[in-house]
Design a protein around this ligand. Structure first.
Ligand code: MN
Length: 208
């Protein structure tokens, strides 16, 4: 968020200890992918990431995304991640930042609504996108709440809200077994933790 791209990401990690990618920022990338990772860390949460200006701009969503437009879920902005992170699934060892199991819960492409460049939407604190994922589909808004000038070190709080469109699902339940597996490898969190092999070919719609 500040300084060199990915500076915060790299400072928090020891790449000799964690299987996560060091990666690199690609300022000229026009990648329009999104990824949601289910992260069984000290507290289970979901990480929502959008490729904007060559990095994955990231939010931690404690309750996870919802296809129900009536739910407004808190999304706390976290450090930008490299585009390579969209394929990261595995176990971050004990003692490392974010220790725990990471699943690629959903991924796909997105389009900015109304043709406003995503970087501009991010700067204004309101992002409207259409997601083309396996689990998440249709329009979503991310909106920053509270004062723009949060104290240094204070994390920005946003809300993630599904649009009222044809894909909206008022009966959405993220705990449902049909939503419990990786879209990349078909594995459950437990199977990833145990290092079990993938169950099906990747869906193959992540273009970095
Ligand atoms: Mn996380």
């Amino acid at each position: 968020m500040t300084g060199m791209p990915l500076e915060d990401y790299r400072r928090k990690r020891k790449f000799t200890e964690t299987p996560e990618p060091a990666g690199q920022a690609r300022r000229n990338s026009r990648s329009r992918i999104f990824v949601v990772q289910k992260h069984d860390a000290s507290r289970l949460h979901y990480d929502f990431r959008l490729a904007i200006s060559g990095v994955l701009v990231s939010w931690a969503v404690p309750k996870g995304p919802s296809m129900n437009p009536a739910e407004r879920h808190l999304a706390v902005r976290t450090e930008d991640h490299p585009l390579e992170y969209a394929q990261f699934e595995g176990v971050i060892p004990e003692g490392q930042y974010g220790a725990g199991t990471v699943m690629v819960w959903d991924t796909g492409t997105y389009e900015p609504r109304d043709g406003i460049p995503p970087g501009e939407q991010l700067a204004r604190g309101k992002i409207d996108v259409v997601l083309h994922g396996a689990k998440l589909r249709g329009g979503f808004t991310l909106v920053r709440t509270g004062k723009r000038s949060a104290r240094p070190g204070q994390k920005e709080r946003w809300l993630l809200i599904k649009h009222r469109d044809e894909q909206a699902d008022p009966s959405w339940d993220i705990e449902s077994p049909r939503l419990s597996r990786s879209v990349l490898t078909g594995r459950s969190l437990q199977e990833i933790e145990k290092g079990r092999p993938r169950k099906m070919p990747g869906l193959g719609h992540t273009h970095v």
